[in-house]
Write a protein that binds this ligand. Sequence first.
Ligand code: DOR
Length: 431
Amino acid sequence: MDPGDLVLRGGRVFDPAAARPVDQAGDVRIAHGRIVEIGRGLVGGRILDVRDLWVVPGLIDLHVHLREPGHEYKEDIESGTRAAAAGGFTAICCMPNTRPVNHQRTVTELIVRRAREVGAVRVRPIGAITAGLEGKALADIGDMKEGGIVAVSDDGRPVMNAGLMRRALEYARTFDLPVVQHAEDLDLAEGGAMNEGAVATRIGIKGQPACAESAMVARDLEIVEWTGARYHVAHVSTARTVALVREAKRRGLPVTCEVTPHHLALSDEACAHYDTRTKVMPPLRTAADQEALLEGLGDGTIDCIATDHAPHSPVEKDVEFECAAPGMLGLETALPIILDFVRMGSLDERRAIAALTGAPARAFGLSGGGLAVGAVADVCVIDPERPVTISADELSSKSKNTPFLGQTLAGRAVLTLVEGRCVYDLDGRTR
Ligand code: DOR
């Protein structure tokens, strides 16, 4: 539904990632899909009282698995974008590990077209680095760029071959596309199903060491230095990776990275009861890693928060831990989890919002992520205190694989606007 002209009145207008950061009590007036005025006592169209609420740029998620085409029983573009809207996201990037793989322009165009037809929020596809995600030959990167991809990644799998990674970086550079690495050295990982350490030993599950991630990042950074190409580390999970990225940024390399809410919030202790919903790749790590991730997010070493929303059905999850597919939902739990860190005082609220809005936009060179007058009105209204109980009935996602089911958290999106159009309205106030 299009509420037409709208004034969000009396909220905390909050755009910490802007060149001139905004943080003021005031009104936001939206007309014809754009922000036309920010100030006090604004009038025009419909007035929505948003006192005690935050008005922030629509959240942007660089890492989502929408599963369409090919695995629509887990999620599709319609359900996945509805989940995104409910989570406060107005733009999401979708990973190419679909069936067929998004390694050709025809698949990219299919996703773009379907998203236009049924998507509640903006969908920006990520193309594969290698054909079929097989790690053998480069995919049609230039052609996919014409079709609308915003980055390339073999996510779910690493690019193991260093020579091919070099060529991917060089080739992607000519199209100004970031290369997103799922950093997992498979020889070091040896198929481990969780983090290698005390918990894995105690419960008798084969683990994979933290260095499976950091060794690959260290290798890649050498190639990045050689090629000068843009490199983005997906779902950073270890303290050592944070240190490597910090050092690389200090040296001025074109490196960005993301962390997931689940790697911040959970450690490998969560796997102790063989709950397959806690199985993710990279695996949940140790408390020391969590601390380093939080510190890296706080000081900007980690640019942004991305969900790695990875829907799976009971067919993939109701099996032994070792056999289960890795991944958990993220779109509808991200904001409550992150706001919990803010409430505990362990993450600055400005940094949290920046990492969900302007920072991801900058990392991939996407439009949006800001609240300036004249900007397209992609907006999220957050109630930072509103309780939310994560329940299977209320999740918009087709899948329910999250270990947060049954938990009550505080803080959530209550209204999401894409180009001024309401795509999520918890309390039905724009109706
Ligand atoms: O946990 C994960 N699930 N990690 C990945 O890299 C892939 C994803 C998936 O596609 O399910």
